[in-house]
Design a protein around this ligand. Sequence first.
Ligand code: ATP
Length: 670
Amino acid sequence: MPIGAVELPSRGHWAPSFAIPRGRSSPSPITKTKSPAEFFAENKNIAGFDNPGKSLYTTVRELVENSLDSAESISELPVVEITIEEIGKSKFNSMIGLVDRERVDTKLYDDYETEKARERRLAKEARAQELQAKNAALGKKVKEPSATKGAKGRGEASFYRVTCKDNGKGMPHDDIPNMFGRVLSGTKYGLKQTRGKFGLGAKMALIWSKMSTGLPIEISSSMRSHNFISFCKLDIDIHRNIPHVHLHEKRENKDRWHGAEIQVVIEGNWTTYRSKILHYMRQMAVITPYAQFLFKFVSEVAEKNVTIRFSRRTDVMPPVPVETKHHPSSVDLLLIKGLIAETSKGTLLQFLQHEFVNIGKSLAERLIGEMGPEFSPKMAVKSLTSQQIVRIHQLFRQAKFDDPSGGCLSPAGEYNLRLGIIKELHPDMVATYSGSAQVFEGHPFIVEAGVSVGGKDVKQGLNIFRFANRIPLLFEQGGDVVTRTAMKRINWSSYKINQTQDKIGVFVSIVSTKIPFKGTGKEYIGDDTKEIASAVKCCIQLKSKIVRKIQDREQQERKRNLSRYVPDATYAVYDVLKEISKFHASKKRRYEEEEEDVLRKVQSRSITKETLKEMLAQYVEKVDYEMALEYATQSGVNEEPREAIYIQALEDGYNFTDLHSSNFVFRFIQ
Ligand SMILES: Nc1ncnc2c1ncn2[C@@H]1O[C@H](COP(=O)(O)OP(=O)(O)OP(=O)(O)O)[C@@H](O)[C@H]1O
């Protein structure tokens, strides 16, 4: 939807209005209204900008998610480059044209400490270090020393330039100022599964930069059809909630690049949020294995630099989610009024039939009949009174409608989820499951889950990975429906898994046209949504798959263990045989015919160490095969290797056909 079509909440209507007393002498309060930009600047924590560290994290997150939404919207395999560049105080000062100044009156500063206090602090730190070294020498677990707190005081602020570049759709030249300089404006307001929803994230990064560094945001963008790059430098007029454009021009696009590059300079804290940012990138790589991410942290000190490339492992992308219409049981009074105001349909019958899913002509007629004598199919929908609209709403809440289909959703897919887990965690075992579409308050949702055991960089116990509309959720884990289900409602021991000792990965991805997040931070899904809670439980219960995989693994390990002993066993047996064959030659003892045959062969060297080793290996192979066959007969392996596969519809422009299964995709290129 072009930005012009986005109906912005008009200032003053939605914003909290409150009374400010003028002072003791003046009892009559004046009512003030706030612009959305002002409101979010004052309450930035509700959008994930709680402190400098979290703000750095949220800025990265908002920019990366916009990039992915953008590339996927044009079915382009995403290539996203994100760079966080540390900017020292001197560099920052020179960027804003401020001359560095040494402290003169040191006692003026909050972090001033007397000589005595400094000595005491240093002595305490030395004692802590000594204790740590002692513990390390004794092999005891050493706790990370808490960041040495100097004297009190907030310390120096750290500044970072965050740049995010993608190969997405780009933006129309004239829309850029509004997209980045007007809070609550965006192109993702329709009823559709997208990562972004509120029209807020990029603007919050700008508001934070305005609050912490005063520097504007820079946007470069080009669309596929453009032979120019739009460049825009802007900040935001907080009080009026409008963009304040510094520069907006068209530049040459020699390389025919399309996509967007956003750059913002903010205060942050890399030290405290480093691990959160890297976890976020890794989890994004799990759920988006068809994207390529290049993450860079560029420090002023070269040793602190970080470069991580999360490579693409597949070019199979989930389908682009499609916009859908509202389900009658999901709408409220305000929404019905909005739909009536916007509809191009003339009559009530047409309105019901065309503006909602799952209302066909005959159902629309039955509903109108049920509304009462003052309603008729041919009546003008725009002539409905407020009372009549309430009647429609009441009926929508009580009538029975078919559930909405999940066809408009775009889950990661079992194949991608499995691939992402394998690529980033290298587990010993992974089982995945994809649920069918279900419904919550008229919105379809799909839950997919994976369970892994073992792997790289995975801690002992439960490691929970949560995703909503393919966004990793890292904060407020405790109250989340996935955490609670995995910790409290699943009996892991019945899966042959030890909940405290095994390295267990639990991955749950929920996609929907409406994710019931708690709060605006998009950080967790409450445990109180019954439908979602039970779907999550069903999905994590991959019991038969997990148990089967563990048995398979035990089978493989048995063979591996037996094979490992073949050389030693060969030497031991051969040495014994040689000794016995000497006895046999001296006729001191008689043996059975079969045994004599073996001993003769050892003597004549037609049985050597090598042949014996080979025979033992063959025997292990045979026994393993027989046991596997027996196991397969018991557990019905005949059913197991069959994978459901389906053929993707051939659309114009495709010159290949994909055969999908949860474990693989065959691509036939014509
Ligand atoms: N990298 C990008 N490529 C193309 N368009 C972009 C990009 N970043 C932002 N946009 C456009 O700017 C709009 C505003 O982005 P913003 O991050 O403020 O909100 P949002 O993504 O719509 O919602 P949310 O606040 O939930 O993230 C987006 O809707 C999108 O149309």
